[in-house]
Structures are given as structure tokens and as C-alpha cells.
Design a protein around this ligand. Structure first.
Ligand code: SAM
Length: 280
């Protein structure tokens, strides 16, 4: 009989967020597959646990999966953890889980923290439907193209962002979604310097520029989805493109906004993105 693969969420900052069940699972499995064995080693020693660790990260996943499957098939119980939060949520583990299902290994989630759900829970933005977008492309051209694709998404959008790109990312969000789109930044969630701020995108950018939102640590950005009025305007893309073929972009955006009830600045930004994507 094969062993069980437990997928265990670990804290995203505050170590008290490790659930008793997660702790017990990490204590009793035969092996813990960890993204970074040194990092997880520190978590284990904090809780006085001595379970053996096995490295499983993006660069060795293929070979590591074979070794872990062999152990599971031989009856060992294995826990999968990442450095922080829930494995597979912008973290390694996909291949292992796919292989476990293919080999009929029992998989068990040990649910717990994730930066995305922590942020959604306090953002004060619509959460009945949302899209997890994870990390945007690091290069500006690709990032802008991705955001242009998402500009008409009606669901709230959840992004992970690194400290190095937080300002550029917000600036691109303002361009793509418009200055007034309501949004949220969760910084250093569950940690000592936690910040949770909801404001229009341009306001968040300004707060980063003046240091009110400190550009240090880890960030989740949530942008609310486009409103129904904007949906109407973005759906008017063919009209916008047709008008822009004959008129200056600002005039095209203004007329398209008048016809569809959309916002001229958002349509103008959308048009610039379309032109840029075409040039790229
Ligand atoms: N698997 C993790 C989860 O469930 O949230 C996410 C791992 S991903 C590699 C790391 C990113 O998650 C960070 O760059 C940041 O965007 C976000 N993140 C993780 N911890 C965070 C925290 N305490 N506060 C805000 N964002 C955090």
C-alpha cells in the first residue's frame, strides 16, 4: 500500500499561523519535501521537529519527483512544503502532484496560510469571484501586454509582486486600468511591518512615491475588476480601433467613450496598449 502525500501550508510571516494539524503532520511524516531545506530546517527547529528533509525545487523537480514517488510507492508518508504559504500557489510542486495523481497516490491538503487569501480577506474589494494572476512578467513590454489583456476582466485580480518592481507595476496598472480603479496593497502580511491599504490605483502609486507605503518586503496587489460601464467601453474595442485608424488617439477615445458610455482616459490607455502590443 502506497503512502500519503500531504501538502502542507506554512506561515507567510507569523509563525503562530502554523496550524496544530500542520505541525503534527510535519512531525509524523517520514520525509518532508521542501523548496529550500535550510529555510524549512529553521521552521522545524523553531517547533522542535526533526523530520528528515528532501530538496524539491523548480530546478530539480523532474528527478526529485521520481525519487519521491518511489518512496511513496514503498509506503512512506511525505509532506510537501514551500518556503512560505501554500505549496503550488506561485510555488513548486505541480509535477509532484500531477505524478501522484497519475500513480493513484492519496493526496491530502493540510490547509493554511496563503498571501493571496490573506490579502483578499482584508482588501474590502469584491471577492465573490476573483482571478489569481500571481507574478506578472518582469519585463515591462510583456507586463504591459498582459495588463492590457486583463483591463476588461470583471473579476477582482490578485497579483504577487516583488519589492524591486512594486512601483513599476503600479505605474503600469494605472496606465492599463485607469487611475481611478479601486485597489489594495497588502505588504508584509502577518509580519511586524504589515500594511493593508485600499485606495484608487493612482493613490496607491502616490503613497509608494512619498514613502507612505514603504517599498520594502513582500507585496500582494489586488485590483478590483472593471465596472459594468467600463466593460461596455472595453467591449467597444472594434469601434475604438476603427476610429483610431482615422483620428488621433485622444479624439478616437473621446468619441468611443461618448458612444459606449465608457471613460475616455481608460479607452485612451487601452488604445495605447493595443498600439504598443501591435508594434511589439
Ligand atoms: N505560496 C505562497 C502563498 O501561498 O502565498 C506564495 C509564494 S510566492 C513565491 C511569494 C510571493 O507571495 C511574494 O513575492 C509576495 O508577492 C507574496 N507574499 C508572500 N508572503 C507575503 C506576505 N507576508 N505579505 C505580502 N505578500 C506576501
Amino acid at each position: 500500500m502506497s503512502g500519503t502525500l500531504f501538502v502542507v501550508a506554512t506561515p507567510i510571516g507569523n509563525l503562530e499561523d502554523l496550524s496544530p494539524r500542520a505541525r503534527q503532520t510535519l512531525d509524523t511524516v517520514d520525509l518532508i519535501a521542501a523548496e529550500d531545506t535550510r529555510h524549512t530546517g529553521r521552521l522545524l527547529s523553531h517547533f522542535g521537529l526533526k523530520t528528515p528533509l528532501f530538496a524539491l525545487h523548480d530546478h530539480n523537480e523532474e528527478q526529485a519527483v521520481d525519487a519521491l514517488l518511489a518512496k511513496l510507492n514503498a509506503g512512506s508518508n511525505v509532506a510537501l512544503v514551500s518556503d512560505a504559504g501554500t505549496p503550488l500557489i506561485s510555488d513548486p510542486g505541480y509535477r509532484l502532484l500531477a505524478a501522484a495523481h497519475a500513480h493513484k497516490v492519496r493526496v491530502v491538503p493540510v490547509a493554511g496560510p496563503s498571501a493571496a487569501t490573506a490579502a483578499l480577506s482584508v482588501a474590502g474589494l469584491p471577492t465573490h469571484r476573483y482571478c489569481f494572476e500571481g507574478f506578472l512578467p518582469p519585463k515591462q513590454v510583456s507586463r504591459r501586454a498582459r495588463l492590457a489583456e486583463l483591463a476588461s476582466e470583471p473579476r477582482s485580480l490578485v497579483f504577487y509582486e516583488s519589492v524591486h518592481r512594486i512601483r513599476d507595476c503600479l505605474a503600469d496598472l494605472v496606465t492599463a486600468f485607469g487611475a481611478d480603479r479601486n485597489a489594495f496593497i497588502g505588504r508584509e502580511l502577518t509580519k511586524m511591518h504589515e500594511q493593508c491599504v485600499q485606495a484608487p490605483l493612482a493613490g496607491l502609486l502616490h503613497m509608494v512615491d512619498i514613502g507612505e507605503i514603504v517599498a520594502k518586503g513582500e507585496f500582494v496587489i489586488i485590483a478590483s475588476g472593471t465596472s459594468s460601464a467600463v466593460t461596455t467601453s472595453i467591449n467597444a474595442e472594434p469601434l475604438l480601433v476603427e476610429l483610431a485608424a482615422h483620428l488621433p488617439p485622444k479624439v478616437a477615445a473621446k468619441i468611443a467613450a461618448r458612444v459606449t458610455g465608457g471613460k475616455p482616459n481608460e479607452l485612451y490607455a487601452h488604445l495605447l496598449e493595443l498600439n504598443k502590443a501591435r508594434e511589439d
